[in-house]
Design a protein around this ligand. Structure first.
Ligand code: PBG
Length: 319
């Protein structure tokens, strides 16, 4: 606990979606529990900021411009001193942070898996021939098509309730959503099937909430750092190190998952694929946790070499 006679105001910047607000409220609760001086002074506030990703709801995210759609405006508010910490779904945070910003803490990671919803099937394999699956995520689309090239995958956006309504209305035959988001929204009850990570490798950072602060703001950094979960940090940093090697954006179907086993071992898996699932490459590493960044970068380098530079150049030119 930090002893401070006059607690600083900590303004948490977040998107306004129900999931983002649930995450920010969790951060607020944890900060006040970890620092009674903040609680006593009611010094933790939530500031809602609209992002490009929230404004444009009718086009695939990959098409609107890739990197930082859900984070740019929040980071601008952080740089301008309008907020003191940004609450992010790590899945939405680009590999390169703006100058002067740093990730101060990660909350304990939620379930990393994707949930599968369909009135017609209890697994991807059971879906009828040529079923329509709504998912705007290239990572999910590619893995669906690897397993089932006959599926018709396509755009569906909107928040959890909107998507589940579209499914019920028969606009699509199935959809996928992150288990973490549903859990954080208190909607675990809606989940029918959790796909194994063998069937559907998650996105880099999926299920993790990260807190970004101005690197120069040491006081806020110390308060926020107290919330850090070191295992989550090791896992997310490894996944992001791999992504950095792959120069990944949301235009590229990339999946990666770092897991900790036996306390000090890391298992690392990564996948890159053609968006239509016609080709895919996997890499897997296992080694001491102390080498986790090197393991992850090495897996990334293997994938880069296997898929070839032409693959990455073509995807960068797609949009
Ligand atoms: N890109 C949107 C997004 N960013 C984070 C989550 C879910 C929560 C998480 O993975 O941490 C979602 C929705 C989804 O993929 O279903």
């Amino acid at each position: 606990m930090i002893e401070s006679p006059n607690a600083p105001l900590i303004r948490l910047g977040t998107r306004g979606s129900p999931l983002a607000l649930a995450q920010a409220e969790e951060v607020q609760r944890r900060l006040m529990a970890a620092h009674p001086d903040l609680a006593a002074a009611e010094a933790v506030q939530i500031v809602v900021i609209k992002t490009t990703g929230d404004r444009v709801t009718d086009r695939p995210l990959a098409e609107i411009g890739g990197k930082g759609l859900f984070t740019k405006e929040i980071e601008a508010a952080l740089a301008a001193g309008e907020i003191d910490a940004a609450v992010h779904s790590m899945k939405d945070v680009p590999t390169w942070l703006p100058d002067g910003m740093t990730l101060a803490a990660y909350l304990p990671r939620e379930d990393v898996r994707d949930a599968f919803f369909s009135p017609h099937a209890r697994s991807i394999a059971e879906l009828p021939q040529a079923a329509r699956v709504g998912s705007a995520s290239l990572r999910r689309q590619a893995q669906l098509l690897i397993a089932r090239p006959d599926l018709k995958v396509g755009l569906i956006r909107g928040n959890v309730e909107t998507r589940l309504r579209k499914l019920e209305a028969g606009e699509v035959d199935a959809t996928l959503l992150a288990v973490a988001g549903l859990n954080r929204l208190g909607r675990s009850d809606a989940i029918q099937v959790r796909l194994s990570t063998e069937e559907m490798l998650p996105a880099v950072g999926q299920g993790a909430v990260g807190l970004e602060v101005r690197a120069a703001d040491e006081r806020t950094y110390r308060y926020i750092r107290a919330l850090n979960d070191i295992e989550t940090e090791a896992r997310v940093c490894a996944e992001r190190a791999c992504l950095e090697v792959l120069e990944g954006s949301c235009r590229t179907p990339i999946a990666a998952l770092a897991e900790v086993a036996d306390r000090n071992r890391m298992r690392f898996r990564a996948l890159v694929a053609e968006p239509d699932g016609s080709a895919s490459w996997r890499a897997e590493r296992e080694g001491p946790l102390s080498d986790s960044l090197a393991l992850a970068r090495d897996a990334g380098a293997e994938l880069r070499a296997a898929a070839g530079e032409a693959f990455f150049e073509r995807l960068a030119d797609l949009f």
